[in-house]
Design a protein. Structure first.
Length: 216
């Protein structure tokens, strides 16, 4: 029985969030295809994890037998999140672009689960785990666009998730999500709608393929 770890970080509800709409489509398809599977949904907007502290950070490089009470408590929180990640057969992450990068809540989660000597570095305890990231953004930041140099979401997450953790990483990228709300982008609404439909189709196809693969 496969487990999907679903992480959302948008501050908006599903009906107002492109990343949540696409992750929701992915999860629903997963559940339809793999009803006996398990879904763990961690909503970082509603229930943010702690930003990493000095105690949590230093505990990751020290022998547990030497941990102070403060280090032990902070490290236990990290271990809970790490074990949740390690126990997942697949991971789904909603990562909207806020001010050119990921939400601070998602960065906090990553800081907690990236632990050299366990999840990162030579060990890579989640190496090969399929990770699908829905990287929505209000404009267009792909190759050849005027804002290509401002793309810090996919570049950053590729470095952390693929290079540091060794995950099998794929992106779904709904773009121009601000077009319906910004009069200056009115002429881009058809492109936004096409991008949204493409993202929803990709989410459905990837979820179906992954659920079938893990159920086999």
């Amino acid at each position: 029985m496969a487990t999907l770890l679903h992480i959302d970080s948008s501050v908006f509800p599903t009906d107002a969030s492109s990343s949540r709409a696409v992750t929701d489509a992915f999860r629903r398809t997963w559940q339809e295809q793999h009803p006996e599977g398990t879904v763990i949904h961690r909503d970082l907007a509603l229930n943010p994890v702690p930003h990493i502290s000095a105690h949590a950070h230093t505990a990751g490089f020290a022998d547990p037998a030497t941990h102070t009470p403060e280090q032990a408590a902070a490290f236990a929180e990290r271990v809970t999140l790490i074990e949740e990640l390690e126990g997942a057969d697949a991971v789904l992450i909603g990562a909207p672009m806020y001010n050119l990068t990921i939400p601070s809540t998602l960065k906090a989660w990553l800081d907690q689960v990236v632990l050299f000597g366990r999840t990162a570095g030579d060990a890579q305890s989640v190496k090969g785990t399929p990770v699908t990231v829905v990287a929505s953004r209000g404009g267009a930041y792909g190759p050849g666009t005027p804002r290509e140099g401002y793309e810090y979401v996919q570049n950053y997450l590729s470095a952390v998730l693929a290079d540091f953790l060794g995950a099998d990483l794929e992106f779904i990228v709904p773009e121009l999500t601000m077009a319906p709300a910004n009069p200056a982008m009115a002429e881009l609404v058809p492109l936004f709608e096409a991008s949204r439909e493409r993202a929803l189709d990709e989410a459905t196809a990837k979820a179906k393929q992954l659920a079938q693969r893990l159920a086999a």
